[in-house]
Write a protein that binds this ligand. Structure first.
Ligand SMILES: Cc1cc2nc3c(=O)[nH]c(=O)nc-3n(C[C@H](O)[C@H](O)[C@H](O)COP(=O)(O)OP(=O)(O)OC[C@H]3O[C@@H](n4cnc5c(N)ncnc54)[C@H](O)[C@@H]3O)c2cc1C
Length: 503
């Protein structure tokens, strides 16, 4: 590693969501200190153009840049997201569908109830231990209410967004350009190395050599600098997660706009349904070892009622895993070039944001030592592997056995990390999961409420006779109903925001 002083000239190769998200963040922090930032974008390689759901971290990103929702949401057909419903993942009676909430402040009151119900259910009590009725975000989703409380409602809510990924990239580009980030349309063919083995410049098909002190690889799955040039090894997650393909296609949105993503288990993977203001984005993430692309498209179309429709479907290949060094020599890989997890929890942009934000801390400190590089790479590995484990947990706790795909997932033990084994063991033995999650320091990836939601939501409990006991949750339902009175119809809120922007 030969970067010794903070770079004065940074080239970002790639103008997809990762490239522009990084460019805007770095433009905001560094241009005023005299750093020059240029984004290179190929005229012949497009952006991936999918990736329509976020975690609550995207709000923190915009807030930190002082960009109000009214400035970007209407332009990107964006909607609010309170969480994700998982349909059909579990076959356990009463657990066929559950909601994974984005935590809100009200959860401080209701999370203990939820956890207590889960513990009772673990001990064999016939009680409703799905997360749904315990969380305000679930209630808001059921009622299509925007997660923006009335001014006098004393609890803040946490939420993410759904958006058109291509439009989001364009918005970020516009804002980065306004800050002084430069943009050049050119196709990078290869890198030119210096005598130390760092990248000195990138050469383009247009015949230029563009030099910089530091390069950020946002070239997508092609991983032009981190992979092709520096040959950074890649750790595949193929043993952990079988899905390697996806199909995306839109469908019409109705009058009501939901505030949740729906993830439905399919025969050979799962389908997403994401509401935007002008359409639903749909997709099927599947394993090509179990189904052909044509059969998968047929299954998705049948689900959407689009068998006879001429709506085009886009087919994509996915490479799951991560590089062994996100920061290697004078290159930082951000976005699909550094790695990818299937989008079950919509975490790719979050990992992009964290990768860029944590590196910025090192840049601002001026600490580009080898020790800093090792620390940084370990932290980002932990983020990737921690998120991978949470996704793997969905496949290990599902109870479907109807196809070879689901049976193979249930039988696949090689994909379960030691960390995840400890989580499962703690849960099954009814021991203290909070302590275990803290012991492993993995709360920074998924909070304890998310682990409870997943494990309880899938019905990972010993079987009991009979259904749920009488309606012991009626007071909680009433509390949620009254809380929900402080929230307004989602479409109305979005329409007002769009109107405000146009006036
Ligand atoms: C099926 C699917 C669903 C997804 N869903 C979600 C989701 O719900 N939420 C989420 O957060 N993420 C999701 N993602 C991930 C998300 O799409 C990506 O993380 C995000 O779009 C960032 O992509 P990128 O910018 O790294 O790459 P890309 O969009 O592929 O951009 C690559 C850029 O590099 C440029 N480039 C490539 N080669 C060259 C070259 N030789 N010279 C110059 N420029 C070059 C291209 O022109 C382009 O601008 C999903 C991904 C897939 C595959």
């Amino acid at each position: 590693m030969n970067v010794t002083s903070p770079p004065k000239k940074i080239i970002i190769v790639g103008g997809g969501s990762a490239g522009w998200m990084t460019a805007l963040m770095y433009g905001d922090a560094l241009i005023k200190t005299g750093v020059e930032i240029t984004v290179l974008e190929s005229p012949s390689v497009g952006v991936i153009g999918v990736g329509e759901g976020s975690t609550p971290a995207l709000k923190r990103y915009f807030d930190s840049l002082g960009i109000a929702e009214a400035e970007w949401m209407p332009e990107c057909h964006a909607t609010y997201k309170s969480g994700i419903t998982f349909d059909g993942w579990s076959t356990k009676p009463g657990y066929e569908s559950y909601f994974h909430q984005f935590a809100t402040m009200v959860d401080n009151l209701t999370l203990p109830n939820f956890m207590e119900s889960v513990h009772s259910r673990q001990r064999g009590a016939a009680i409703d231990a799905r997360p749904n009725r315990y969380f305000l975000s679930s209630r808001l989703s059921d009622d299509c209410l925007a997660p923006i409380g009335a001014e006098n409602f004393p609890f803040f809510t946490t939420y993410g967004y759904h958006f058109d990924a291509t439009l989001l990239g364009q918005f970020l580009h516009k804002r980065a350009a306004a800050l002084g980030v430069q943009h050049k349309v050119c196709h990078v063919t290869h890198a030119v190395m210096n005598e130390r083995g760092d990248i000195a410049a990138v050469a383009t098909q247009e015949g230029e050599q563009l030099a910089a002190d530091f390069f950020i690889d946002c070239s997508g799955f092609s991983a032009l600098l981190i992979g092709k040039t520096l040959e950074t090894p890649f750790v595949s997650y193929a043993d952990n997660l079988f899905n390697d393909s996806a199909i995306a296609m839109p469908s019409e949105i109705g009058d009501k706009i939901p505030t949740q993503t729906v993830s439905t288990a399919m025969q050979h993977g799962w389908a997403w349904k994401i509401p935007l203001t002008n359409r639903f984005g749909n997709g099927y993430v599947y394993s090509s070892s179990f189904v052909s692309a044509d059969q998968a498209e047929h299954e998705l179309r049948a689900k959407l009622g689009l068998l006879e429709s001429d709506t085009q479907a886009r087919h994509l290949k996915m490479k799951l895993g991560r590089v062994t060094k996100h920061w290697n020599r004078n290159v930082l890989a951000v976005g699909l070039s550094q790695g990818f997890l299937e989008p079950l929890e919509a975490t790719a942009l979050y990992l992009t944001q964290m990768t860029a934000a944590i590196f910025l801390l090192f840049l601002e400190k001026g600490d580009l030592s080898e020790k800093a590089q090792d620390l940084y790479n370990q932290e980002i590995h932990d983020y990737f592997d921690g998120h991978r484990d949470y996704i793997v947990a969905h496949y290990k706790t599902n109870s479907r056995t109807d196809t070879p795909y689901w049976r193979a997932n249930a039988e696949n033990l090689s994909g379960v990390s030691d960390s995840l084994k400890h989580i499962f063991q703690t849960w099954i033995e009814g021991k203290d999961l909070v302590a275990e999650v803290r012991r492993q320091n993995i709360e920074r990836f998924y909070p304890i409420g998310s682990w409870y939601a997943l494990l309880a939501g899938m019905g990972t409990f010993p079987a009991i006779e009979g259904g749920v006991a009488g309606d012991t949750l009626a007071p909680l339902d009433d509390f949620m109903r009254r809380c929900a009175l402080n929230f307004r119809d989602h479409r109305t809120v979005l329409d007002e925001m769009a109107k405000m922007r146009n006036t």
